[in-house]
Design a protein around this ligand. Structure first.
Ligand code: DAR
Length: 355
């Protein structure tokens, strides 16, 4: 049921976001009077959802306090997205694993990528951070990265002086990242881009940290392998080192806090780039498998992109209410089932029509 505040719609009539679904006129009225300690308001939180009616979520947090002060709109959005029926509860569990390689002969899996989002406590998040605070965050993170052990050491690539062309070239090499999409632009995340942005890459390029993208840190482990445990165990080790000098924004109930409520909890997105030429012609079968194992299917270049050369980005859909180790185990089981279905289709000869 669309909500509107009196004679003016809070969101455009055809908005489809969760924020639109749950923000009633009376709640809008009441929460619009509030402001967090960093000055963040409800109007700022829902600006992206108002300007982009096709938003799925439609709301961002400007700081850690946003989740408490605007709990009455964030909680129903969080419950619905993360499919939580009981109490909202973060269950941290970062224990190394030893699972079989999903694709020992490298036939289908192009790469495995695990990223976690983190924000420094005491600083506003990307939609509301000041230029000065963004600079302080970048400096603190670089100091923490300078103290990493030999196996994770590397080089910091500042983006401040780069042109957009240079950024596009370097993004391809993994030493820069592109400005945020229109949803992030409306949320204020792209302000002053690329000032105080940068990418740390390990010498072997398999460990990276994006600084001041959608969150203060996007910590990334990626390898051209189907050995999910190896990539996850590296992430566990990297996090153990990075969190020593830095205090991350978190909440006992919601876990690690992020600009977008879809990323809270473990704040971990773990997945594979996998070539599925046969399942590509059986989209319903792939969707059923993804749903069974709580997986999210994205295009080749990630969120809201197309599939090219049959390469899918398949990752865990949920981030809150299950520990990291469990999420990786479920991902492993789901990808194994998808590989089995793809192999069976490949062996069954001419394409049987999609049921
Ligand atoms: N596009 C926004 C956010 C979706 C989640 N993706 C993030 N956080 N990168 C939406 O409301 O659809």
């Amino acid at each position: 049921m669309a909500a509107d505040s009196g004679d003016a719609a809070i969101f455009p009539e055809h908005a489809v976001s969760l924020a639109h679904r749950f923000l009633t006129p009376s709640l809008f009225e009441r929460l619009s009077r509030l402001k967090t300690d960093t000055g963040f308001t409800l109007e700022q939180a829902i600006r992206s959802g108002r300007e982009n009616p096709d938003s799925h979520i439609g709301i961002y947090a400007g700081d850690a306090q946003t989740y408490a002060l605007f709990k009455e709109i964030f909680d129903p959005v969080i419950r619905t997205y993360h499919q939580i029926t009981g109490p909202i509860r973060h269950i941290p569990r970062l224990e190394p694993l030893d699972l079989p390689d999903l694709d020992p002969h490298n036939q289908l899996i192009v790469s495995t990528r695990i990223r976690v989002a983190r924000n420094l406590s005491g600083h506003a998040f990307s939609p509301n951070i000041t230029t000065q605070n963004r600079q302080i965050v970048a400096r603190q993170v670089q100091q923490a990265l300078d103290a990493l052990p030999e196996s994770l050491q590397g080089h910091f690539h500042a983006m401040d002086a780069l042109t957009l062309d240079q950024i596009q070239n370097q993004a391809f090499q993994g030493t820069a990242f592109l400005p945020g999409d229109r949803f992030q632009a409306s949320a204020g995340i792209n302000r002053n881009f690329p000032v105080s942005r940068g990418v740390f890459t390990s010498h072997d390029r398999t460990f990276r940290v994006w600084i001041n993208e959608e969150d203060h840190l996007r910590i990334i482990c990626l390898e051209k392998t189907g050995n999910l445990s190896k990539v996850f165990n590296r992430m566990v080790s990297a996090l153990a080192h990075i969190r020593e000098p830095i205090d991350f924004a978190s909440d006992p109930r919601l876990g690690y806090l992020t600009a977008c409520p879809t990323n809270i909890g473990t704040a971990m997105r773990a997945g594979v780039h996998i070539r599925l030429p046969h399942l590509e012609n059986h989209p319903n079968r792939l969707k059923r498998l993804a749903s069974t194992y709580g997986l999210q299917i994205r295009g080749t270049l990630g969120e809201k992109t197309a599939v090219t050369e049959s390469v899918f980005d398949i990752s865990n859909r949920f981030r809150l209410g299950t520990g990291e180790t469990q999420l990786i185990q479920t991902l492993h089981t789901g990808i194994a089932a998808i590989i089995e279905a793809e192999t069976r289709l490949a062996e069954s000869g001419p394409e049987s029509p999609e049921p």
